[in-house]
Write a protein that binds this ligand. Structure first.
Ligand SMILES: Nc1ncnc2c1ncn2[C@@H]1O[C@H](COP(=O)(O)OP(=O)(O)OP(=O)(O)O)[C@@H](O)[C@H]1O
Ligand SMILES: [Mg+2]
Length: 661
């Protein structure tokens, strides 16, 4: 009777399949009628998904094949998926790669982007959820763990709790974190750091459990997990699933997508759903699954893992056209058998019943007592500082990179001379050019190295409803200020006095204050771009090009401002380099007297380069009126900082629409 053979050859014996299917139905009916009268208990929570379909419009070919690129086709990723689960149950969604498991979870969790069309309804406790309520109702653990490497397990959970729960006192938060850690067997690693790729921390199984624990802090009644066992050894994977089933037993609904579960988990799952090509091929209890497939003519041989067998059986094999047609037809037959089976009808009946309840229990939204925006910002700031300040190499690099650059300049230049024939003017311009031109790069490097990890976490946590993405950006910006001030102070203290710039404390302070801005602007520009550009390498190039363009148009070093075409002159007002360079020129040159070949009098005056004997002469020639604009230039220069912060916030608001998953 077994129509499924190892070679994959399938014979569909319709009549025998129908007969055996009838026998299952009979058995189910008999078993129902033989049951003594049991009062039906309304579950604490129920979730029913009804007719969920998702389709996207895609280009037929790649962009370089223009005729096919112009054409579009509609791809159905989810097809009329319906199922029902109640609290206390753990449902495992199986299926081959690309069958639509993650898309189904995303659809339920309200995390599908706006690129496709989502149809169908989701009911919780019989109440139909509005689209915007999806995220408030379900907790979602993504496939990859996004955690801050330098925080301990306890700190990670405490910060998450502080972001999620307002009405809780510090003591209540401590207790909540302790109880969640105990529930997930994390208490013994509470003080261990999470770790990352470059330094060891807790194990990957423990990291998975921390991700789950972060979600449990909000007391969700429905927990969705996308492949929580991926990358774990089979023992740890089993432990995670068993733990999830224990969580489900505490009146929760747990839905997990899973690849290749071990056969021991057969008894752990309360429901199994098998997906293929976006359709639900089967959904029911594990025993029902075996009965159903046996009824379809596919007996599970002894010592064979039923999960593997049935997933293979319901996968479409695309290796050849014939195999594809054959396997696709097989899946269609199994799907239509399921849709006319008692299991399916009973499931629809249960869903309908909860919708018709006279007194529907309230929809269990996640704990929504989140703190005020300012408190969240404060928590995010403390979390960012604590995490990044523990990165010793990172801190060292951030504080010393400007200094290292200053060392290069000082080593190359040695001492500034006051003799025009020995480069008094040219060398000063060189120092100013290098200081203005290089400091944005060091700022940019910091942002590109450190921020993407925080961005990934904010993408996830903002979808969890903990805060808005731009709040993480603001917390990061606040945290860079002290680092930038110290780093620039070290750089300018070294360079200014070593090369012998204008020996005056006030001017030194002005020099440092000016150099601080391009350094911070470089970092802010990178942050603005990181909001809308996913690839940090592209951001690197973008900021570098903007900086080169800015220094060319704004500094007046490559081409005198007065000589530039009008368009460039106007554009130069949009560059921070224009104000910065002008300020540094005045700071350094104003009141300076030069010699020419050792002569202080003007006997050789009037002949280039000896026609410049005073700094003010150079200023008047290259930057006319600059001393009178000193305060204005400072204001304009510093105005770039709030302007870029606002741009950053806008960019991270746009990111809400860009990030799909
Ligand atoms: N927004 C989208 N646009 C186009 N195709 C999409 C989109 N979202 C998902 N898909 C496609 O839908 C199919 C199902 O994807 P999904 O990630 O849900 O599969 P999966 O079952 O989770 O696979 P895996 O087991 O490998 O994680 C894939 O072929 C994927 O490329
Ligand atoms: Mg997936």
């Amino acid at each position: 009777m077994n129509a499924y053979s190892v070679s994959g050859k399938v014979e569909l014996k319709k009549t025998s399949f129908q007969e055996s299917f009838k026998s299952i139905s009979k058995k189910t009916d008999q078993s129902k009628s033989s049951l003594p009268f049991v009062e039906e208990v309304t579950p604490a929570c129920s979730l029913s998904v009804s007719g969920v379909s998702y389709r996207v419009s895609e280009r037929v070919g790649p962009w370089w094949d223009i005729p096919s690129y112009r054409k579009k086709w509609t791809r159905q990723i989810l097809k009329d998926v319906s199922f029902y689960v109640e609290s206390g149950q753990i449902m495992g969604i199986l299926g081959n790669s690309g069958s639509g498991k993650t898309t189904l979870l995303d659809a339920i969790a309200g995390r599908l982007g706006s690129t496709g069309t989502l149809l169908g309804d989701v009911y919780v406790n019989g109440g139909k959820l509005k689209r915007e309520q999806f995220q408030d109702c379900f907790s979602y653990v993504l496939q990859s763990d996004n955690l801050l490497s330098y925080l301990t397990v306890q700190e990670t959970l405490t910060y998450t709790a502080q972001l999620a729960l307002r009405k809780h006192s510090p003591e209540a938060i401590r207790k909540k974190v302790a109880s969640v850690m105990a529930e997930l067997s994390l208490s013994h690693v509470a003080g261990n750091v999470i770790g990352g790729r470059v330094f060891p921390g807790i194990s990957s199984g423990e990291r998975r459990r921390v991700s789950i624990a972060s979600q449990l802090l909000q007391d969700p009644k429905v927990l969705l997990l996308d492949e929580p066992t991926t990358g774990l050894d089979s023992m740890t994977a089993n432990q995670i699933v068993v733990l999830l089933s224990e969580l489900a037993q505490k009146d929760r609904i747990v839905i997990v997508t899973i690849h290749q579960p071990r056969s021991e988990l057969f008894r752990v799952f309360s429901r199994i759903a098998i997906m293929s090509c976006g359709e639900l091929v089967f959904c029911g209890e594990p025993e029902e699954m075996v009965q159903f497939f046996s009824g379809c003519g596919y007996m599970c041989p002894e010592y064979c893992n039923p999960f593997d067998l049935y997933v293979d059986l319901t996968s479409v094999d695309t290796r050849s056209k014939e195999r594809e047609i054959e396997t696709y037809n097989r899946v269609q037959v199994i799907t239509s058998s399921y849709q006319s089976s008692d299991t399916f009808l009973q499931m629809l009946g249960n869903a309908e019943k909860t919708r018709r309840l006279k007194q529907q229990p309230p929809i269990p939204f996640k704990s929504k007592e989140s703190p005020s925006g300012f408190s969240k910002l404060w928590v995010l700031f403390r979390r960012t500082v604590r995490n990044l300040s523990r990165d010793r190499m990172g801190v060292l690099m951030r504080l010393s990179q400007n200094l290292i650059y200053g060392l290069f300049v000082a080593f190359f230049l040695m001492k500034l001379d006051n003799d025009v024939l020995k480069g008094a003017v040219q060398n000063r311009i060189g120092v100013i050019y290098q200081s203005m031109g290089a400091s944005p790069y060091t700022g940019m490097l910091n942002a590109v190295a450190l921020f993407p990890a925080l961005r990934a976490i904010s993408d996830q946590e903002s979808k969890d409803g903990l805060y808005q993405k731009w709040q993480v950006l603001l917390a990061y910006i606040f945290h860079i200020l002290p680092f930038s001030i110290i780093s620039v102070a070290i750089f300018s203290s070294f360079l200014y006095w070593t090369v012998g710039m204008y020996p005056d404390l006030t001017r030194f302070a002005c020099f440092s204050a000016v150099i601080l801005v391009p350094h911070v602007v470089g970092e802010l520009l990178a942050l603005v771009l990181l909001g809308v550009v996913q690839n940090p390498n592209l951001v690197n190039s973008g900021v570098a090009l903007l900086n080169i363009a800015g220094i060319m148009a704004g500094s007046g070093f490559l081409r005198s401002s007065q000589e530039m075409p009008k368009l460039f002159q106007w554009l130069s007002y949009l560059t921070f380099q224009k104000y910065g360079c002008e300020l540094l020129i005045v700071t350094e040159f104003y009141g300076l007297n030069f010699t020419c070949g050792g002569e202080t009098n003007s006997s050789v005056g009037g002949v280039y380069p000896c026609d410049i004997r005073q700094g003010i002469e150079f200023i008047d020639r290259a930057y006319p009126g600059a001393p009178s604009r000193y305060t204005l230039d400072f204001l304009m220069l510093y105005a770039f900082l709030p302007a870029l912060v606002i741009l950053g916030v806008i960019s991270f608001k746009i990111r809400d629409y860009i990030v799909q998953r």
